[in-house]
Design a protein around this ligand. Structure first.
Ligand SMILES: O=C(O)COP(=O)(O)O
Ligand SMILES: [Mg+2]
Length: 214
């Protein structure tokens, strides 16, 4: 039985509308132009500080606003769950994998408290043995340390697999020397150039895809 660690945003859940809502609440307070949904998707993947950097660059805001914007983002994040949906088949697949004896973990750049809050809201927290968020350690993906920590904290030493949607996830897996499985329907920025052991577009395919991993 394997240790399977998942990314969150763009892999298990489509959370871009809620994240767009947070960004636009902040931009409106600054009397700046709102983000489109596709900008919100593009800005996600490397955690809150980088998302805020992209807001500042795209709206030509004063760099000095950064600490306040990050603080405001974090304050709004835990409650921003209402528009977020799991991708089709996620709940059934997670439960089926756990029932089959796999150990499931989460390694996301979303801070740990909002990650837990959205999983709880969607009834998806229970199958996870371990959750590592963007602020659990003092570094984030693509640094391999959070992914290594997720595997190391599990109560087994079986085969490791990381399932994610982005270039950041692929690079993190490569640096942690973990096979990477790509969910193709998330927020990746380009269509190629990523090293992955396998790819899938629907969660109903995942158990079969994972059968190929000893
Ligand atoms: O918070 C983000 O920017 C992305 O989170 P993820 O690592 O779950 O894709
Ligand atoms: Mg992601």
């Amino acid at each position: 039985m394997a240790r399977i660690v998942f990314d969150l945003d763009g892999t298990l859940i489509d959370s871009a509308r809620d994240v767009q809502g947070i960004a636009n609440a902040i931009l409106s307070e600054l009397e700046s132009r709102p983000l489109s949904l596709s900008e919100a998707r593009r800005f996600m993947g490397e955690g809150v500080p980088i998302f805020v950097d992209r807001m500042i660059a795209s709206r030509e805001l004063d760099e000095a606003l950064r600490p306040r914007m990050v603080e405001r983002f974090l304050a709004l994040y835990e409650a921003a769950v209402e528009l977020t949906r799991p991708y089709p088949g996620v709940a059934e697949t997670l439960h089926a994998l756990a029932r089959d004896g796999h150990h499931l973990g989460l390694c996301t750049n979303k801070p740990e408290a909002p990650a837990r809050a959205v999983l709880r809201h969607l009834g998806l927290e229970e199958p996870f043995e371990i959750i590592v968020g963007g602020d659990t350690l003092d570094c984030r993906k693509p640094n391999p340390a959070p992914l290594r920590a997720a595997f190391d904290r599990m109560a087994t030493t079986s085969t490791r697999i990381y399932v994610g949607d982005s270039e950041t996830d692929a690079e993190c897996a490569l640096r942690a020397d973990v096979p990477f499985v790509l969910f193709t329907e998330g927020y990746r920025k380009g269509k190629g150039g990523m090293t992955c052991r396998a790819a899938f577009s629907s969660f109903t395919e995942l158990p079969q895809v994972l059968e190929g991993f000893a």
